[in-house]
Design a protein around this ligand. Structure first.
Ligand code: COA
Length: 535
């Protein structure tokens, strides 16, 4: 493979301005993350401490192997969404190593409204289980939750991807041989009682954990019986009388130790063997990415400058470099693993579509995972290209990406607009992970295009009635659309709604991809099975 030649001049004032700008964006995200990681209110923390309980993030830290990374999923979920502050959507999820095994950890944050499930808490829990299923990961549930957030029950309970789906997923994961373990470290009430009940092995902590379908207040209201939580469904009851839990722990330390023992006795999964050589750091410094990415996503930049700062030794074997040049395709190694990379250098044309579809076929037949670096405003429009069959060629690419048998990983490094989002493996195309950079934007189209389209629709309506809109009236239609599109395409807006798995530091993209590839190897890659390519 040959090394990418970089044209970046780190002394250039434009580079410096971009560097400052992108660092500022990242710092803003990091500040929010830091705040969110504190969990609920000070008062809730104090109550928790008084009860002798650990904070959910402390539990995670203690249960992980000493040197284990923790790949946190969607830390900024629910940011600025509900009237209440619901940091991290009241649940911490992520992958780390326990007793040498890669495990998906799902931990309720009891300091956020008693660990109850808001709509986005449910969505985040289910996303974590989906990642576990796709990457063959066992799960650990650190349970401390009052179940559904009752004021929003209509958005939490009845539908397919609501609360009940959590327990369904547990059964499915278990049926695939993926160990499901619960540590009941607080109350596990009502519907929530099924998280530990549906696990393969469950530990419960003395005078701290409790499992019941109806808690003491409900029992009193229903039958008049006065009973304490411990008597109703505490550790003694469930390990000695009911058998709902399997292990009795006198405190959290013992409970967490037991978790580690259980995972130590779980057989190690044999990793799929991907083509790998010794990893080499990129020749160009990943830190330079901050100086490359422009201040607005409307300014072009060469995706190969980014590839050079992600892949081993900055080496890239480009495929069809002279053809369909707005899509960049090629092979490179990341952490020693052979990968196929697809990036954008402009709007998508028919020939760039067929080139991408061809490249995906090559990767699928050779079982090479695919990485999408998305910076795309969409497919080319206009009579010439419609006549040329743009939708047909776009469909070839979308067919290939949809039915690719290899793991796909997507990083949105700029724009993610329109059908470009589909072709470049947006959320609907099931990438194993999808991350955004702080500068990234996502929407059906850019703010200007949306404003133009909607103004044109209005102008046409007026024309039908023989009226003409004044400049002022057009401006009054345009401005609010621009404003709304700008706000709603931001990375923070996306990540709060779990349209992605988190906003990442651009300079650490390589590390995220390496971890993601490692995780994907827990599952054997499927055989090639494409649909019909429209010719
Ligand atoms: N829905 C909405 N809010 C809830 C809630 C629920 N199911 N359970 C608790 N809360 C809120 C409380 O109103 C309180 O809010 P505030 O801080 O704004 O006052 C906050 O969560 C903490 O509750 P609190 O009871 O003070 O904390 P706790 O640690 O002593 O107990 C629970 C937490 C969850 C165990 C306890 O509140 C409880 O049993 N809740 C009812 C659970 C239930 O029956 N759920 C049915 C779900 S299907």
């Amino acid at each position: 493979m040959s090394r990418i030649y970089s044209n970046i001049n780190t002394k250039d004032p434009i580079y410096k301005k971009r560097y400052e700008h992108n660092k500022k964006l990242l710092n803003k995200v990091n500040e929010i993350k830091e705040e969110v990681q504190k969990g609920g209110s000070l008062k809730a923390h104090e109550v928790n401490k008084k009860r002798g309980k650990l904070f959910c993030r402390e539990r995670i830290e203690k249960v992980l192997d000493k040197a284990s990374p923790f790949l946190e999923i969607a830390p900024l979920a629910a940011y600025n969404i509900y009237d209440d502050n619901v940091p991290s959507a009241g649940i911490v999820t992520g992958v780390g190593r326990i007793s040498g095994k890669e495990v998906m950890i799902i931990a309720n944050d009891q300091t956020v409204k008693g660990g109850t499930y808001y709509p986005l808490t449910v969505k985040k829990h289910i996303r974590a289980q989906q990642i576990a299923l796709e990457n063959n990961l066992p799960c650990l549930y650190l349970v401390d939750s009052g179940g559904a957030y009752l004021p929003m029950q209509d958005e939490v309970f009845p539908d397919r991807d609501h609360f009940g789906n959590i327990f369904y997923n547990q059964a499915v994961l278990s049926s695939k041989g993926l160990l499901q373990v619960a540590l009941v470290a607080g109350l596990s009430t009502a519907g929530g009682a099924y998280v530990p009940a549906m696990c393969d092995q469950t530990i419960i902590i003395k005078e701290q954990g409790a499992i019941f379908i109806g808690g003491p207040p409900l029992v009193k209201a229903a039958t008049g019986e006065v009973v304490s939580a411990e008597e109703l469904g505490g550790a003694d009851v469930h390990t000695r009388i009911s058998g709902v839990a399997d292990y009795y722990a006198v405190d959290e330390e013992m409970g967490l130790r037991k978790v580690r023992e259980i995972f130590a006795h779980f057989p190690n999964c044999k990793k799929y063997e991907l083509d790998r050589v010794a990893p080499v750091e990129p020749y160009y410094d990943p830190d330079e990415i901050y100086g490359i990415v422009p201040e607005t996503t409307e300014t072009f930049y060469d995706v190969k400058e980014i590839i050079a700062r992600i892949v081993d030794n900055s080496e890239f074997e480009e495929f069809k470099d002279r053809f369909g040049q707005t899509v960049v395709t090629g092979f490179a190694r990341i952490g020693g693993y052979l990968t196929g990379i697809i990036g954008n250098n402009g709007v998508i044309f028919p020939e760039s579509s067929t080139k991408a579809a061809h490249f995906i076929e090559l990767c699928c037949f050779r079982k090479i995972p695919l990485i999408f670096l998305q910076n795309i405003t969409g497919f080319i429009v206009g009579k010439k290209y419609e006549h040329q069959g743009m939708p047909k060629d776009g469909a070839k690419w979308i067919t290939a990406v949809s039915t690719a048998n290899v793991p796909k990983f997507t990083v949105i490094i700029g724009n993610s607009y329109g059908a470009g989002n589909y072709a470049m493996c947006g959320r609907g195309y099931n990438p194993r992970f999808l991350w955004m950079w702080p500068n990234a934007k996502i929407a059906v189209m850019g703010p200007n295009q949306a404003a133009d389209v909607l103004c044109q629709v209005k102008i046409n309506q007026y024309k039908r009635d023989n009226k003409i809109l004044s400049e002022e009236e057009i401006k009054n239609i345009r401005e609010p659309i621009l404003e709304e599109y700008r706000n709603k395409s931001e990375a923070l807006y996306s990540t709060a709604r779990l349209w992605d798995d988190g906003i990442i530091d651009p300079a650490r993209t390589r590390q995220y991809l390496m971890l993601a590839i490692e995780l994907s190897l827990n599952k054997k890659y499927d055989e090639v099975n494409f649909g019909i390519f429209r010719m």
